[in-house]
Write a protein that binds this ligand. Structure first.
Ligand SMILES: Cc1ncc(C[n+]2csc(CCOP(=O)(O)OP(=O)(O)O)c2C)c(N)n1
Ligand code: SF4
Length: 332
C-alpha cells in the first residue's frame, strides 16, 4: 500500500523545503528562481544581510514576474555586491546615495507611471543606518505620500560598512566603535534609538512587516504579500552581522531565531496602522541565550558583569511579549 510520507520538519526550524509540495516551497528551492543577487559577491561568511537580500529580492522578482527595479542605499549590501566594474545583481539596480534611496525609488516609480509601465514595480533597500538615520526623512516622505514602493531595511543594528558605528537601531548595551564597553554603563545607552516599524505604522501605510533570516519562508511570504498591494510598504528584516556582532559565522540563523524567541525582536505584520498577525513564541528563552554568543555584549557577563543591564534587556523583551502578544500562553 502506498501511504503518503509525512515530513515532520514542515513548519519547524528547518528549511528542508525541497521535500514539500511545490506550492509550499521557498523561492530558493525553485529551479526558476531568479538568483537576483548572484554568487561571487564579497560579503563576509555568514552575512545575514546577503542572505536576507537574496531571499527578499528573489521573492519580489517572482511576485512581479521579474518586472522589478531595485534602488539600493550605500552600505554593506551595495559595497559587497558592486565593486565597480563588477556586479552581482541580475536585475535593473540603481545605487542611490546613502540617505536618499526612498526618494530615488519614488522617482523611479513616478517615471514608470508616466511612461505607462504599470507592470514594473519598485523596491528600495538599505541598512539600518541608511534607513533609520540619514534616510529617515526621505522614507517618511515616501510613506506620507503613499508612493508605490516597497522599502526593505536590512537591520544589522549598526553602520557595519564603515567599521561598526552606532545607529538609531543599535540595541541598548551593545558595544560598537562609538559606544565603547567602558565606564559604569558600558555600550549603547538605554532609552535612545527609534523603532522604525512602529513609526512606519504611525504613517498608516498599507503594509508594514518585520522578519528575520531565521524564517526564510516567512520573509518570502511577506515580500509576496507586500508586492500584492500598491502604495508605500515597509519590511524590516533582522540580519545578524558576524563581524559587527562578534558572533560565529555559523550562528547567524541561530541568533536571528533567538532574537525572535527571546522577544527581543517581535515578528509581526500590520495593515494601515493595525497589527494583523504576529509570530508567536513557541519556546520562551531567556535573553542571555541570545546575548552570550555575541562579543558586542561580552561586557555584560563574567566577573563582575552587568546583571542589572541584562535584567533591563529582559524587561524590554518581556514588554515586547506583552505589547505584541507573542506568547502562546498569556502570562498569568
Ligand atoms: C552622506 C554620507 N555619509 C557617510 C557615508 C559613509 N558611509 C557609507 S556606508 C555607511 C554606513 C552604512 O551603514 P548601514 O546603512 O547601517 O548599512 P550596513 O553597512 O550596516 O549594511 C556610511 C556611514 C556616505 N556614503 N555618505
Ligand atoms: S560587515 Fe556584516 S553586514 Fe557587512 S558584509 Fe560583513 S557580515 Fe555582512
Amino acid at each position: 500500500m502506498n501511504a503518503p510520507v509525512k515530513f515532520y520538519q514542515t513548519g519547524t526550524f528547518t528549511v528542508g523545503n525541497r521535500l514539500l509540495a511545490p506550492e509550499q516551497r521557498s523561492v530558493q528551492a525553485s529551479i526558476e528562481r531568479s538568483n537576483s543577487l548572484n554568487s561571487g559577491h564579497r560579503a563576509c561568511q555568514g552575512c545575514g544581510e546577503a542572505l536576507g537580500a537574496r531571499y527578499a529580492v528573489d521573492a519580489a522578482m517572482r511576485a512581479t514576474d521579474r518586472q522589478l527595479v531595485a534602488v539600493n542605499a550605500t552600505g554593506c549590501l551595495e559595497v559587497f555586491s558592486t565593486p565597480y566594474p563588477e556586479t552581482s545583481w541580475q536585475l535593473p539596480w540603481i545605487h542611490s546615495l546613502f540617505g536618499n534611496a526612498a526618494a530615488v525609488a519614488t522617482g523611479v516609480a513616478a517615471a514608470l507611471k508616466v511612461k505607462g509601465k504599470t507592470r514594473t514595480r519598485v523596491i528600495a533597500q538599505g541598512g539600518d543606518g541608511g534607513t533609520t538615520d540619514i534616510g529617515f526623512g526621505c522614507l517618511s516622505g515616501m510613506f506620507e505620500r503613499n508612493d508605490d514602493v516597497l522599502y526593505i531595511c536590512y537591520d544589522n543594528e549598526a553602520y557595519m560598512n564603515t567599521g561598526v558605528q552606532r545607529s538609531s537601531a543599535t540595541p541598548p548595551a551593545a558595544r560598537t566603535n562609538t559606544t565603547m564597553a567602558v565606564g559604569p554603563e558600558p555600550g549603547a545607552v538605554f532609552g535612545q534609538g527609534k523603532n522604525v516599524p512602529l513609526i512606519a505604522m504611525a504613517h498608516e501605510i498599507p503594509y508594514v512587516a518585520t522578519a528575520t533570516v531565521a524564517d526564510l519562508r516567512d520573509l518570502e511570504s511577506k515580500v509576496e504579500r507586500a508586492m500584492s498591494v500598491h502604495g508605500a510598504r515597509y519590511l524590516h528584516v533582522l540580519v545578524p552581522c558576524p563581524l559587527g556582532w562578534g558572533s560565529a559565522s555559523q550562528d547567524t540563523i541561530k541568533l536571528a531565531r533567538l532574537a525572535r524567541e527571546t522577544g527581543i525582536f517581535p515578528v509581526f505584520e500590520a495593515e494601515r496602522g493595525e497589527v494583523t498577525a504576529v509570530t508567536r513564541i513557541r519556546q520562551r528563552v531567556p535573553v542571555e541565550a541570545y546575548l552570550k554568543p555575541q562579543k558586542r555584549f561580552a561586557h555584560l557577563f563574567g566577573s563582575p558583569g552587568q546583571p542589572e543591564m541584562v535584567a533591563h534587556i529582559q524587561a524590554n523583551a518581556d514588554r515586547n511579549m506583552r505589547r505584541f502578544k507573542l506568547l502562546d500562553e498569556p502570562e498569568a
